[in-house]
Structures are given as structure tokens and as C-alpha cells.
Design a protein around this ligand. Structure first.
Ligand code: TRP
Length: 332
């Protein structure tokens, strides 16, 4: 049997090329080597308020993006967290088995807490226990491998610790999963600030190319991307912005270092940007066409989500049954 992989993304706004090249495309490339489960984590999204109607719409948009980007729903499960009740059932059991101090050490939480404090916002308890829900997502399916970015490595460590702790307290119940980081070179930086990883929450208008941006917008965004004070590509030591553009081109084209060097060394920035724009437009075009198709045929999209959920529900149910039995929770 192939090892099972589980990963997920939040339905909070569209995906940008950083999400695609850093995660989603990686999933599409490895999917046939595994038994893949790809989740849309709407329960994570509501740790901060979401407009209800928009949230529902974004779940379907994200599902359509997964499939449009190349996730094969005949092979991989593509579903929304809330379709399977086991996530929250297991999350409660884990919440009780997780020391408070472990969650207090999560740097992502501490950062969000500081941001909220400085903006006088109140912060939901869900944001604090969020990593426990993530652990439940993964352990519910007894996943062996979890492909996530390095920003999730602390949450993965916690997931492993929760699995170990539960197994120690109640007897071996959960598979302890491994992290699998995306292949190197796929770390895409902000176009407006190439020292920061491209992020969904960075609000700058020139920060990211969305997977659904039309050609004219891509051209404008790449045209405005930060380079450096040189006129042309210094292959040996490009500035961070130039390097980022080269990384985008290389990961979309699959070119070797040699091909990249002979094509781009000494190239003027205007031409570099034209190359990157063309590569982006031609790479995103088929994804956008497939996305439009899926969004125009909602019944089909919903059948994919329902079919996936039905396929994996027995795995989740078996795990919840076992976890309840082990912890002594009642069922008659
Ligand atoms: N926490 C992840 C993020 O913010 C999303 C996520 C939730 C996830 N549950 C998961 C990722 C389980 C992998 C596995 O990106």
C-alpha cells in the first residue's frame, strides 16, 4: 500500500503563485506516489471572522483551484473539512490531552497575538487551539506524510508530540507523521519586497500574482516588481528581486541552471520581465481555463467534493471510534 499524505489550505482569499509553486504544484507532482488527501480547512479559516456566504463560496473556489492546478479527483480526495465531523470530534479529545504550555509556545500564535494587541482587536480562543485542530486533521486519517511549508514545521512538531502523548497515555492509536517540505527553489518572495516570503495576508497591491490574474494584470505586476539598481542580470550575484523573478521563471519552465544562465545572464531587466510575464501567462492560462469550467459547472464540482468525502469518511469514522474507545468516551 502507498503511504498516505494529507495536506490542506485555508479558504481565505485566492491563491497566489507562491502558494502554487511552494505547495499546490508539489502536491500535483507527487500525488500518484501516494494515497493523497487534500483538504480545504474552513474550520481553520473561522478562527478569524469570515463573511458566511463568502466563506462557502471560497471553499468551492479553492476546490476548483486544486483541481484546475492538476489534482486528480479520481485519485486524490478533495474535500472540505466541515464535511467530515471527525475533525472536531478528535480535536476536542486532543485539546484535553495537550498541555496548555505547548500551545503557548507556538510562534505563529504569539505573532498573531501581538498583531491583534497592537490593533486593539480581540482574539478568538480558536486561534490558540488552532494547532490542535491541525493535528486532528492529520491524525484522523493516520497520514504518514504531510507536505507543508517550513512555516508549518512547529505545528508539525506539535502534531507529532500530540500523537506520541496520546499513544503513551492510551496505547498505540495514531501514526506519527513525517513532514515533507516542498522541494527547494519553490520559495517565492513578495514582488514588492523580495526579502519577505510571498504571503496571502500581505496587503500591498503589488505584492503577489494571483493564480487567476488576467494577462494584463500579470504584466503590470511583473513590470512593477522590485529589481535592483543594476540595468541587467548579474548572474553571479543577482539582487533579491531579480533572483526571485529568475526563480519564478525557472520553477515554471523546469529549465536547468545551465539553460537559465545562458539565456538570462546579462539580460536587461525589461527583457527579463517580459520573459517572466510570458512564462506566467502561458503557465496560468490552462489553469484559469479549467478553473472557469469547474466554476461554471457547480454540480460537477460538488459531486467531486461529496464523492471524496464519502470515500474517506470510513477512515475518519474508524479513527474516531478507536480514539473514543481508548479514552473511555461513551457510546451505546
Ligand atoms: N495550518 C495550515 C496553514 O495555515 C493549514 C492546515 C490546517 C494544514 N490543517 C492542516 C496543513 C493539516 C497541513 C495539514 O497553512
Amino acid at each position: 500500500m502507498k503511504p498516505r499524505i494529507f495536506s490542506g489550505m485555508q479558504p481565505s482569499g485566492g491563491l497566489h503563485i507562491g502558494n502554487y509553486l511552494g505547495a499546490l504544484r508539489n502536491w500535483t507532482q507527487i500525488q500518484y506516489d501516494y494515497e493523497p488527501i487534500f483538504c480545504i480547512v474552513d474550520q481553520h479559516a473561522i478562527t478569524v471572522y469570515q463573511d458566511p456566504q463568502e466563506l462557502r463560496e471560497r471553499c468551492e473556489q479553492l476546490a476548483a483551484l486544486y483541481v484546475a492546478a492538476g489534482i486528480d479527483p479520481e485519485h486524490a480526495a478533495v474535500f472540505v473539512q466541515s464535511q467530515i465531523p471527525g475533525h472536531v470530534e478528535l480535536a476536542w479529545i486532543f485539546t484535553c490531552a495537550t498541555p496548555y504550555g505547548w500551545l503557548g509556545r507556538m510562534t505563529q500564535f504569539k505573532t498573531k497575538m501581538q498583531q491583534a494587541e497592537s490593533s486593539q482587536e480581540s482574539i478568538g480562543t480558536g486561534l490558540f487551539v488552532y494547532p490542535v485542530l491541525m493535528a486532528a486533521d492529520i491524525l484522523l486519517y493516520q497520514a504518514n506524510i504531510v507536505p507543508v511549508g517550513d512555516d508549518q514545521s512547529q505545528h508539525m512538531e506539535l502534531t507529532r508530540n500530540i500523537a506520541h502523548r496520546f499513544n503513551a497515555l492510551y496505547g498505540k492509536t495514531f501514526v506519527v507523521p513525517e513532514t515533507r517540505l516542498p522541494t527547494v527553489g519553490a520559495r517565492i518572495m513578495g514582488l514588492d519586497d523580495p526579502t519577505q516570503k510571498m504571503s496571502k495576508s500581505a496587503a500591498g497591491p503589488n505584492h503577489a500574482v494571483s493564480l487567476l490574474d488576467p494577462p494584463a494584470r500579470i504584466k503590470k505586476l511583473i513590470g512593477r516588481a522590485v529589481t535592483d539598481s543594476q540595468p541587467a542580470v548579474r548572474w553571479e550575484r543577482p539582487g533579491a528581486g531579480v533572483k526571485n523573478l529568475l526563480t519564478i521563471f525557472q520553477s515554471l519552465s523546469g529549465w536547468s541552471e545551465r539553460q537559465m544562465e545562458s539565456h538570462f545572464a546579462g539580460m536587461r531587466y525589461g527583457d527579463l520581465k517580459r520573459n517572466v510575464t510570458e512564462m506566467l501567462v502561458s503557465s496560468l492560462d490552462p489553469i484559469q481555463a479549467k478553473y472557469a469550467d469547474l466554476m461554471a459547472n457547480r454540480d460537477h464540482l460538488r459531486r467531486i467534493l461529496r464523492g471524496s468525502a464519502e470515500r474517506i469518511a470510513p477512515i475518519a469514522e474508524a479513527t474516531v471510534r478507536l480514539a473514543k474507545e481508548r479514552t473511555g468516551l461513551y457510546s451505546a
